[in-house]
Ligand binder design. Structure first.
Ligand SMILES: C[S@@+](CC[C@H](N)C(=O)[O-])C[C@H]1O[C@@H](n2cnc3c(N)ncnc32)[C@H](O)[C@@H]1O
Length: 250
């Protein structure tokens, strides 16, 4: 059963379909848990040169993506499904809402997500106002086009869809899912130069291993992202484990 329909409006459709065909997203698409379609605004132009951009009003450098080809592409993307109430049109933009795990865990409940990948200096503002529900940003830096940002959103949401990750890859312990960073992970060999695998991970004692992992997750978050820890309400056991981590560190 298809749980999420992604539609990407992009001038570089193959960039999106190719990258999405690998790994976790590729498997989810193959198994029809998610679907992905791409819509090229150039296919919605009616002049000889298939013009999708024009010079900015007021002058200045660069070109701006025109309203009409984007509007027509989104209109077709909407028509593909009868679902209307559970869909969002999101413009990828460095000026948008920062993408967080919390925002993605809400988005995973949608049935259709239409992502708009800008290029050039950006998109005619009227398209954002009239046709989009929101703007999302992958961070406080500028990349050349929205395709990579759309792929990040598609990947991050797909791994949250039920049935996409196997047990071994379960997203539950991933960084940010519960407001903490993940614990460190190890695999063979047991010894690498002076570094060995913590004994507890080879003890076979599942309760001790779970306790150690929680302690490391808390400690790492305290060391690397104290801002996250401030937002999280720790229970008594977690408070105790964090204290232990700090004592052991000193
Ligand atoms: C060169 S950027 C345009 C930046 C625009 N002039 C500005 O400063 O806000 C071209 C496109 O890349 C995408 N983009 C760039 N940085 C992004 C970011 N941090 N998050 C999401 N999309 C981004 C957007 O789709 C944008 O329309």
């Amino acid at each position: 059963m298809v749980l999420m329909r992604f539609d990407v409006v992009t001038l570089f459709p193959e960039m999106v379909t190719t990258a999405a065909s690998y790994g976790v997203t590729g498997r989810a698409l193959e198994r029809n848990i998610a679907t992905l379609a791409v819509w090229n605004p150039r296919d919605y132009t009616y002049d000889k040169h298939k013009t999708v951009d024009d010079r900015p009003y007021g002058g200045g450098p660069g070109m701006v993506m025109k309203y009409q080809p984007l509007h027509d592409a989104v209109t077709d993307a909407k028509k593909i499904t009868t679902v209307t109430e559970n869909r969002k049109v999101i413009c990828l933009s460095p000026q948008g809402k920062p993408i967080t795990q919390d925002l993605l865990s809400k988005a995973v409940k949608l049935s259709q997500l239409i992502l708009i990948a800008g290029r050039y200096e950006g998109i005619d503002e009227r398209f954002v106002e009239l046709d989009c529900d929101d703007e999302w940003s992958i961070g406080d830096y500028v990349i050349s086009g929205g395709e990579l940002a759309a792929l990040i959103v598609i990947d991050a949401i797909t791994r949250l869809l039920p049935g996409v990750l196997g047990d071994a890859e379960s997203a539950v312990q991933d960084s940010h899912v519960s407001g903490l960073l993940d614990c460190p992970h190890f695999t063979r060999p047991e010894q690498l130069e002076a570094c060995s695998v913590p004994d507890v991970l080879m003890s076979g004692n599942h309760a001790d291993i779970a306790r150690w992992r929680m302690k490391q997750a808390l400690g790492r978050t305290w060391q690397r992202r104290p801002d996250l820890l401030k937002k999280k309400n720790l229970n008594a056991e977690q408070e105790h484990l964090l204290k232990e981590f700090i004592v052991e560190l000193n």
